[in-house]
Design a protein. Structure first.
Length: 322
């Protein structure tokens, strides 16, 4: 049997992973964070809607979180990519791309997702700068200007109906979606202009240039991307997945436990849609739940009266003594 190197291994050192690791570190547990350095929002310069950090740089928030985490003596940080994971003894082996293998009693996946943009010229170059997916994160800064929605499928209808709260909206169908009569009435009621001419490219700040040469000048453009898991670890471990509106994500319970005992998942990889604020909240829950499972066992952690309530005294004494 392995001697556990770590109480918990966190795969992913962005907002969710940092938050999970902080909870475990504050419980004086031995924590390893493995980070490949590819935050989902690395294309956006600033973050909005996160309490006390509204308007802060996305990289600065992550860097400050890392610095604060590393002040805890029980935390180890490893720059690298986890390429394989599997159950081993009463914990998990995690293999890195450089051949190193580490072992921990609990595993927290904060591996994120990858956005897949439609193949429109000029779109990917503006991703995070003037092309977005989250109105709550980026809509306010468009100053109630002209906002475009580039259709990718039925989910774009939701975007088009939401965004009039942030500006004057034009819905570019681009052959990807056709509203029915009831939906057209909804769009009209919200003041949304519908354009069916195919899109040729995105130019300027976020100008939509049509196949007929006409141009629609936009302050910003919103696209409902498809997402895919950024790591195969959850699949390799046998974690159940769920199909969301944007793509597959890892199914978790309210405490961010996956279907595999001892594996927790937080952040964008473990929810249908996310933001920095959601990721931090998810990570905190995963870290607390992972710590609870270390104290009281996986069965007690899975069905607590409340997340902070103690396990029955008869069980707690024997569990904590180990």
């Amino acid at each position: 049997m392995h001697i556990p190197e770590f109480d918990a291994i966190i795969v992913g050192g962005s907002y969710a992973g940092l938050s999970a690791a902080t909870q475990l570190a504050r419980a004086r547990r031995r924590v390893l964070v493995i980070d490949g350095g590819r935050r989902r929002n690395r294309y956006a310069s600033h973050s909005h809607g996160f309490l006390t950090q509204d308007g802060s740089g996305t990289a600065a928030i992550a860097a400050e979180g890392k610095a604060q985490l590393l002040a805890y003596a029980t935390v180890t940080w490893l720059d690298g990519t986890a390429v394989q994971a599997g159950a081993s003894g009463d914990g998990f082996d995690v293999s890195l791309a450089d051949g190193k293998v580490v072992y921990g009693r609990r595993l927290v996946l904060a591996t994120g997702v990858i956005d897949e943009l439609p193949p429109v010229d000029g779109l990917s170059e503006r991703w995070g700068g003037s092309v977005f997916h989250c109105p709550y994160c980026h809509g306010y800064e468009l100053e109630q200007g002209a906002i475009g929605v580039l259709a990718t499928g039925p989910l774009s209808m939701h975007h088009a109906l939401m965004l009039p709260d942030w500006g004057t909206v034009t819905f570019f169908l681009n052959g990807a979606f056709e509203p029915d009569a009831a939906q057209l009435a909804q769009l009209a009621a919200r003041g949304v202009q519908v354009v069916r001419t195919p899109v040729a490219r995105i130019d300027g700040v976020a100008d939509v240039v049509m196949a007929d040469g006409s141009r629609h000048a936009m302050a910003g453009l919103f696209v409902a991307t498809r997402t895919r898991l950024a790591s195969s670890l959850a699949v390799e471990l046998g974690c159940a997945l769920e199909e969301g509106a944007m793509g597959l994500f890892v199914r978790t319970d309210e405490q961010k436990a996956s279907s595999v005992p001892g594996v927790f998942c937080c952040g964008d990889a473990g929810r249908m849609a996310g933001s920095v604020a959601f990721a931090v909240a998810d990570g905190a829950m995963a870290g607390v739940a992972a710590h609870r499972s270390l104290m009281f066992g996986l069965d007690q952690a899975a069905k607590p009266p409340s997340i902070f309530s103690p396990a029955p005294v008869t069980n707690a004494a024997s569990s904590l003594a180990r």
